[in-house]
Design a protein around this ligand. Sequence first.
Ligand SMILES: Nc1ncnc2c1ncn2[C@@H]1O[C@H](COP(=O)(O)OP(=O)(O)OP(=O)(O)O)[C@@H](O)[C@H]1O
Length: 312
Amino acid sequence: MTTTAETTTAHATAVVAFDQVTKSYGTVRAVDGLSLALYPGETVALLGPNGAGKSTTLDLLLGLKQPDSGSLSVFGTGPREAIVAGRVGAMLQSGGLMDEVTVAELVKLACGLHPRPYRPADVLARAGVAQIADRKVNKLSGGQEQRVRFALATAGDSDLIVLDEPTTGMDVSARQAFWATMREQADQGRTVLFATHYLEEADAIADRVLVLHRGRLLADGTAAEIKAKAGARRIAFDLEGVIDEAALHGLPFLTSLTVSGQTVRAQSTDADATVHALYGLGVYPRNLEVAGLGLEQAFVAITEAEEAKQSC
Ligand SMILES: Nc1ncnc2c1ncn2[C@@H]1O[C@H](COP(=O)(O)OP(=O)(O)OP(=O)(O)O)[C@@H](O)[C@H]1O
């Protein structure tokens, strides 16, 4: 049983704590009674379909928006105090870049504003923008802009780094360099929270995955736990000759089934029973594979199940 003293200690050590936070825009409830805590050294992915409330959650965390109800703290204080103290670095989806200044000038400014700044030359190099340091910010490509935002988020020694869809528009090498740098930051004990639609990045990078849906926390765990929570497995096999699709659709425990040429792909909540029944149809499946869901499939399964529940 958790005692009051233990609860207080847990809150004291949390980097970020949301307690029943709600935020609406008119009639749209973007964040709906959200409670969560992030702890030092965690790399946490925030996932959710479009409009799930990810950006609003990050805006609340950064003090850019105020909750309608509930409370939240960052390092035990309000978000603004934590930011002023230089404990939070952030990379948002848009805005934040001034026109008519060069990349070097902007990075120097960001370093100058940080209470625990890094050397501008190091920040430029780490973000991979040293070669374009003399370019005007309003002349950059989308991917270059993202790198500059990354430079601004890492201008100083912050304890929490918040990233909203950070790799959108980055090419493959920029992405790899970006995540390598983020890993270094996390290895040094920093907490990293990032919202993304790239589920393979969440799977590869995050220690913990939060799934938001309509402003609520639908799942919270490691990528492996999220995959297990989806409760389904993938089945794939080939069939020869004419395929009786209607018979296949009648197999038990299926959550989906598609036929493409001679290949059948399905998801089942009880793969053993589905495969057993498949043999019962008198067919002979070749190249039979049964595997767990990937994070992307698990995410789709969890969010679709929730949609179905809510529309009932
Ligand atoms: N300024 C605003 N005014 C009105 N509605 C808003 C505003 N900002 C967000 N919303 C609405 O709030 C909900 C949550 O939006 P939010 O941007 O937080 O979601 P998201 O998960 O970040 O979405 P995406 O993946 O598309 O970026 C959506 O329904 C959105 O339309």
